[in-house]
Design a protein around this ligand. Sequence first.
Ligand code: FAD
Length: 432
Amino acid sequence: MGEVAECDIAIVGGGTVGLTLALGMMTFTSLKVAVIDPQLLRSGAESDLEHNTPQFDARCLALAGHSVDFLAALDVSVKQLSACDIHDIQVSDAGFIGKTYLRAGQLNMARLGIVTPISHLNQALASRFSQWRDEQPDRLIVFAPDSVEAARQHQSQVCLTLSSGKQLSCRCVAVADGGRSPLSQALGFSFSSTDYAQTAIIANVSCEQPHANQAFERFTQHGPLALLPLAADLSPAHSGGLYSLVWTLDQHATEFVQRLQEDDAFFLASLHELVGAHHGRFTTVSERHVYPLQLNCAERVIAHRSVLFGNAAQTLHPIAGQGFNLGLRDVYDWVMQCQATEQASLAHTDDSIDIGEWRHLQAYQARRADDRSAVISATDTLVHTFSNHHWPLVMGRNAALVLLDHIPMIKRQMARRAMGYRERAQPLQGDL
Ligand SMILES: Cc1cc2nc3c(=O)[nH]c(=O)nc-3n(C[C@H](O)[C@H](O)[C@H](O)COP(=O)(O)OP(=O)(O)OC[C@H]3O[C@@H](n4cnc5c(N)ncnc54)[C@H](O)[C@@H]3O)c2cc1C
């Protein structure tokens, strides 16, 4: 058997959540970290802009306030994100009076969140990751391109055999593979899933009127759609508004979906019909990307010396833009707990910290339970409520929107929750 590398935490998957976890562990602890990924952004700063170009048609993420704060604390350059602030969100039901606004100004907030192309975010994460790897190559080891072939859970460590034949021994495995590998099942995790029988069409659209930093969530007879404002520098030649569109459609509306994908003029006219004249005419649409939508949830996020993070723990419907924000809060709580454990063991002059211990994992799971189940069930309820055409429900949701518009206190609480700020959770350390 060849040499066995050792680390405290082996992060399987260097996507958006896995990279953030690696940065969190490097920033807030002194533990040893390994990252394994079959296609890790060419391992950091050398990531190839040609293949990772933040083009007009790239997927965009709405990041809540807490996520932005956390990224800043990881020294991820927000300037690199080509971010656009969201000042207002209008929620409405097409063809009905129900409408409500969340306005940052009225809630005494500078902004409700930001929107960034995911490729820009990955680029910014990768370049910070690369800096850490250059500065501390013994503490941050990278196995890429590589993946886990086999995992053996022993009492005090997990031994991973990689496809390259390399061996890695760790105190704890963090699975952040987006739920795409058989590893979590092999480690003993089980999942429940709901097929929504819906697809999401993702595209970027431009229109005549500037967006004035306003986002829209609109419920239509063809399913809910969200328009997120994008920074003007993503398309400097265009003088109007630029939006990222997420449009949820019934999976069985195959002909309609196909026509939307193939016919730009039909797409723009359909959008205009559903959204109205508020934006002026929609003038261009990028290539469309179609995603099948499912809710996929791990029953428990911990198993012996293993933890699930991000989409590996829960893959949500994109209707409320909460998947990555929730994944970041997973990472934040984990990192803060590791930091506290490390400091406590240093105070007791005990230098053998074991972050894979069952009681450590259990404490983490308990800490995440409320936030996780609240976001999963709120997203699921939203999907069912707003994809429904039954009259009593349509009337009910309209009444709720009208009512909500007149109760600022509820709106304030809703906005704080949507931004990822929790009433009880306190940062343990650091200046978040
Ligand atoms: C249409 C759409 C819109 C969305 N909008 C928003 C939004 O506005 N706001 C928001 O918060 N969230 C949003 N989300 C959700 C968000 O995109 C995801 O939650 C987030 O990107 C998940 O990141 P991840 O790192 O967990 O998974 P991924 O990004 O899937 O990363 C998984 C990583 O694991 C690696 N990997 C795969 N297999 C293996 C293996 N065998 N071994 C090792 N590594 C492996 C992959 O190479 C990859 O790097 C949206 C999702 C969709 C589909």
